[in-house]
Design a protein around this ligand. Structure first.
Ligand code: ZN
Length: 237
């Protein structure tokens, strides 16, 4: 592990899957207390918990959860910069000594600090059924909205490795927030070569605008619903 590691995985799945044209995986993004009812709550986030649980119980080849898991001095916190929340600053990867690639960082309230209640999975989520849990944003100076890699694309999480190991062809995303971590993860999923689906009725967003859906659609992300996914997966078992 390098100091710039962006995530750690709690469990690597030991699933053996036969090669197939259709190996679907479910990725549940950031269903954590702070995003449901805590410091950075997404509107109506709690209403998708039953749908997410129903998805977890479908016959996916792998069920993977992601969690924002920050140190208490994380670069995305307004408090770290002594600035106002929801303003922006330019941030650089810690190995980018020349400051060649600055990224505009929105400064958030303190959220999902590792080993706090806010970072824990939301109550009621069927967490025991996850084959793997990917933590992201674990380095103080590195932000990672995508569950695949950091915002500069310099460091990967273990998600690509886990998906390769399982032989996944199609990745289905649900969770929070549709206009941040779900969007960036789904767009990266297309770049990593997966058939990429966002389950719209199992996602909630911070903004009510359609811009993020348009952005995902242009990238090649496809949209579906819980019922469509349920019918499709039941038909292959
Ligand atoms: Zn975060």
């Amino acid at each position: 592990m390098t100091s710039a590691q962006v995530s750690n995985v709690v469990d690597i799945p030991t699933i053996s899957v036969e090669a197939s044209d259709y190996n679907p995986a479910l990725v549940v993004i950031d269903m954590q207390n702070d995003f449901v009812s805590g410091s950075l709550a997404v509107p109506d986030a709690g209403t998708i918990i039953p749908t997410v649980n129903a998805l977890i119980n479908l016959p996916f080849k792998a069920r993977i959860a992601t969690r924002d898991s920050h140190p208490d001095n994380h670069v995305s916190f307004a408090k770290t910069h002594e600035r106002s929340e929801f303003t922006t600053v330019k941030i650089y990867h810690p190995e980018d000594k020349e400051k060649a690639l600055g990224m505009e960082q929105t400064l958030w309230p303190v959220h999902c600090v590792a080993d706090t209640e806010g970072a824990d999975f939301v109550t009621g989520l069927e967490r025991m059924k996850f084959d793997a849990v990917i933590h992201k944003g674990t380095h103080p100076s590195i932000e990672s909205y995508s569950a695949f890699r950091d915002i500069w694309g310099r460091g990967e999480t273990e998600l690509p490795k886990v998906l390769r190991q399982v032989g996944v062809t199609d990745v289905y995303f649900c969770g929070l927030a549709g206009d941040y971590c779900v969007k960036y993860t789904a767009k990266d999923s297309v770049d990593y070569g997966y058939n990429t689906w966002v389950i719209r009725d199992a996602v909630r967003s911070i903004s009510s605008s359609n811009l993020s859906w348009d952005e995902m659609s242009k990238k090649g992300v496809k949209f579906t619903t819980f019922e469509e996914v349920r019918d499709k997966l039941r038909s292959i078992v």
